[in-house]
Write a protein that binds this ligand. Structure first.
Ligand code: SF4
Length: 155
């Protein structure tokens, strides 16, 4: 079974990029919430032309999370043996890891995810806070610090 939807199955080397682009062949796997934290879908949804047209030019990678097949050496982020993005992200992630490490988020691509395969649950601790740049900065990733909801202590 092809891995284009980020689903499990296929050969062991067929991995899914968990922070792909909004392009034909990619799947939607999450939506960024108002607090900046990613909410994962129950299943990966292959992108349709109508969706791609609707989000084009509107920084879709900052508002949604997409998965593409991992193309390893065909990607500028490949170090030769692994994905450089998750290593860089984890390098500066202590604070957000604390916020996200209690339990793994439910995620539709875990069985094929490149980051999970590479570094295990640490990837999932930081993953909800990773945002990819917009169309002009699509090879840049950043961590967001989720904003706490406003709570009135008198209520
Ligand atoms: S890093 Fe973890 S939570 Fe993120 S896409 Fe991969 S398996 Fe899912």
């Amino acid at each position: 079974m092809p891995d284009s939807a980020g689903a499990a199955g296929g050969e062991a080397h067929e991995r899914s990029c968990p922070s792909g682009r909004a392009v034909d062949g990619a799947s939607l796997i999450g939506i960024v919430g108002a607090d900046g934290r990613l909410g994962y879908l129950n299943r990966a949804i292959p992108l349709e032309d109508a969706f791609l047209e609707r989000v084009s030019g509107r920084a879709p990678m900052r508002r949604f999370r997409f998965s593409e097949p991992c193309i390893e050496a065909g990607c500028a982020q490949w170090t030769g043996s692994s994905c450089g993005v998750i290593d860089k992200v984890l390098g500066g992630a202590d604070e957000v890891l604390d916020a996200g490490a209690e339990r793994l988020p439910r995620c539709p691509i875990r069985k094929s995810c490149r980051w999970f395969h590479q570094v295990g649950r640490d990837a999932c601790g930081v993953c909800p806070f990773v945002v990819r740049g917009d169309d002009e900065h699509e090879d840049q990733w950043a961590l967001v610090t989720p904003t706490a909801p406003d709570v009135d202590p008198s209520q």
